[in-house]
Design a protein around this ligand. Structure first.
Ligand code: AMP
Ligand code: ZN
Length: 114
């Protein structure tokens, strides 16, 4: 998937502020932050949307949540709270078709979302 933006981030072809990484997951600051803390957590494996998650991806999906927990602690937002968002397809606002989890924190987040 050479034309995928986040595969290029993963491969170091596009520079980002990496805040966390392990064998399966990479996390970096969003280029257009919507909150004081806005981090994107991606699987290294290219999966386009939540609709494309297969049974053998379940372990990796769990690792996105583990990374979110670790990053939230590192950013000292665990106690105040944070929001995890995964947009699926254009109607939900997905613009980059490499599955990613947004971690948003550092301000009061309203509900319902826009
Ligand atoms: P979504 O709209 O859920 O697909 O989220 C895509 C996110 O990727 C947006 O919040 C963008 O600001 C962010 N984004 C796009 N290009 C980059 C980049 N080069 N580095 C970091 N974040 C990016
Ligand atoms: Zn990709």
């Amino acid at each position: 998937m050479t034309d995928c933006l986040f595969c290029k981030v993963r491969d170091g072809e596009i520079p980002t502020d990496i805040v966390f990484e392990n064998e399966d997951v990479l996390a970096f600051n969003d280029i257009n932050p919507q909150a004081p803390v806005h981090i994107l957590i991606i699987p290294r494996l290219h999966i386009s949307t939540v609709n494309d998650v297969a049974e053998n991806n379940e372990l990796i999906m769990g690792k996105l949540f583990s990374a979110a927990k670790t990053i939230a602690r590192q950013k000292s937002v665990s106690e105040d709270g944070y929001r995890l968002v995964v947009n699926c397809n254009a109607g939900a606002g997905q613009t980059v078709f490499h599955l990613h989890m947004h971690l948003l924190a550092g301000r009061a987040l309203t509900w319902p979302p826009g």
